[in-house]
Design a protein around this ligand. Structure first.
Ligand SMILES: [Zn+2]
Length: 443
């Protein structure tokens, strides 16, 4: 089959006109440009077409308390208590329903692959389900039904804080030891459209020798390895007080840093941390809509990129699900912090949401419109009020700095439409969100 794109971004500084994308099975086999009219039988994608977006950091269940944590003063740490209340109410059935609805919302926003950083593994008080991977299996099945690819980034989570016991809710996250974590994760069979990754939840939840074991396990299987890193100053202080090192230094010594490693947030890295991440060729995943929501701070994305790291974006807490907003927030927040414009341009920001984000979650054959790559596409029709007046010359910066998820018209995964004319092909996403969030109750 063939798609004819009025304009498509093929990875350069500008969009190309009249792009015919030939697809066989799940893959792109040919790309032709300068084709003025749609060939007979081609599926027409008017407006602007990009490679499918990668949401490199997500906790699907946190969609349930969007907007409900905005009352009163507080910090990351008070928000975390509210998050635990929602986590405590999940079981495999309610998680499946909520995750399917949330991944449906992601599909509508142009996301074709999600890196689900998964840590709610067990039942109440840490009781194992009959299938100890029932929660992960529910999340994978949810993504499949929502039509998007998933990497289940299964997180090792063993301590309530550095040297602290797990609380009642955190017991649901823990496998007891890092060895037991590896045994559980080895039984996961992701199936089609799904892959596996590993995570060290954070230096708060995993001790250095445990981190070393998880990192070695991921290295042996060449899997992506993620960790929350320096999201909060208090995390840096606690880590230095006990280990005499920053979280990034602890992870580097544990052998975690490589070009398969993604540091999530990296809001408060030292100069040495930036150099370590850059030299390793690691990815840094920014989640600015969550980082601002939680009063985390502004990550130094441009400095990390200059040091040699790549960038990705994630919707994290699902405060909103809109990767165009995440992309521009990286740049716009840094402008406020540095009092300087132009730290990162539209093309670099789009690469974070496409090729670099896909690679960070283990889908390196997605994220570019090229022969051999997966036929995952997101199409913006350009007809809405935000994009009216868009020109081919300014298209990429107009999209990055003004488009929203609502401008996504069509989404194709593996050559098939998951979203057509702004509607999900299979799910009533709004109704599923209402029902699944309502079913969990509370705030
Ligand atoms: Zn997170």
């Amino acid at each position: 089959m063939e798609f004819w794109c009025e304009y498509a971004w093929l990875g350069g500084e500008e969009v190309s006109a009249g792009v015919v994308i030939g697809v066989e099975g799940e893959r792109i086999v040919t790309v032709r440009t300068g084709v003025a009219a749609a060939p007979e039988g081609a599926v027409v994608l008017s407006g602007y077409t990009l490679p499918g977006l990668a949401n490199a950091h997500s906790h699907a269940f946190q969609r349930a308390f969007r907007g409900k944590t905005e009352v009163g003063r507080g910090t990351f740490w008070t928000w975390r208590e509210q998050m635990y209340a929602t986590a405590s109410r999940l079981d495999p059935d309610s998680y499946f329903a909520l995750a399917r609805a949330t991944f449906g919302e992601m599909a509508l926003a142009g996301v074709t692959s999600v890196g689900e950083f998964h840590y709610v593994h067990h039942g109440e008080g840490g009781t194992r389900y009959a299938d100890p991977n029932a929660m992960g299996a529910a999340v994978i099945a949810a993504a499949r039904e929502a039509g998007i690819r998933i990497t289940l980034i299964d997180a090792c989570y063993l301590h309530g804080g550095i040297g602290e016991e797990l609380n009642e809710v955190q017991r649901r996250f823990s496998d007891g030891t890092a060895e037991q974590w590896t045994r559980r994760v080895e039984a996961i069979q992701p199936g089609p459209g799904a892959r596996l990754g590993a995570a060290i939840h954070s230096v708060r939840a995993v001790a250095p020798e445990e981190a070393e074991l998880v990192a070695g396990w991921a290295r042996g299987r060449a899997l992506p390895l993620h960790a929350h890193v320096s999201e909060q100053p208090a995390e840096n202080e606690a880590c230095r007080a006990v280990y005499g090192r920053s979280p990034t230094e602890v992870l580097a010594e544990a052998g975690a840093l490589s070009d398969r490693f993604t540091a999530i947030h990296v809001t408060h890295p030292s100069e040495r941390d930036r150099a370590l991440l850059g030299e390793a060729g690691a990815c840094c995943c920014f989640c600015p809509t969550t980082e601002r929501d939680l009063a985390d701070g502004i990550g130094p994305a441009a400095l990390l990129r200059e040091a040699g790291a790549s960038c990705a974006v994630g919707s994290d807490s699902q405060a909103v699900i809109d990767l165009f907003e995440e992309c521009r927030a990286i740049e716009l927040d840094e402008r406020l912090a540095r009092l300087e414009r132009g730290n990162q341009g539209a093309v670099a920001l789009l690469r974070a949401a496409t090729a670099d984000g896909q690679r960070a979650i283990g889908w390196s054959e997605a994220g570019a419109i090229e022969p051999g790559m997966l036929a995952d596409l997101v199409n913006l029709d350009g007809g809405g009020v935000r994009l009216a007046g868009i020109t081919p010359e300014s298209a990429l910066s107009t999209i990055v700095f003004a488009a929203t998820a609502a401008d996504v018209a069509n989404v194709v995964v593996g050559g098939d439409f998951v979203v057509r004319d702004g509607r999900h092909a299979k799910l009533d996403v709004e109704e599923e969100l209402r029902r699944s969030i309502g079913g969990l109750g509370g705030g």
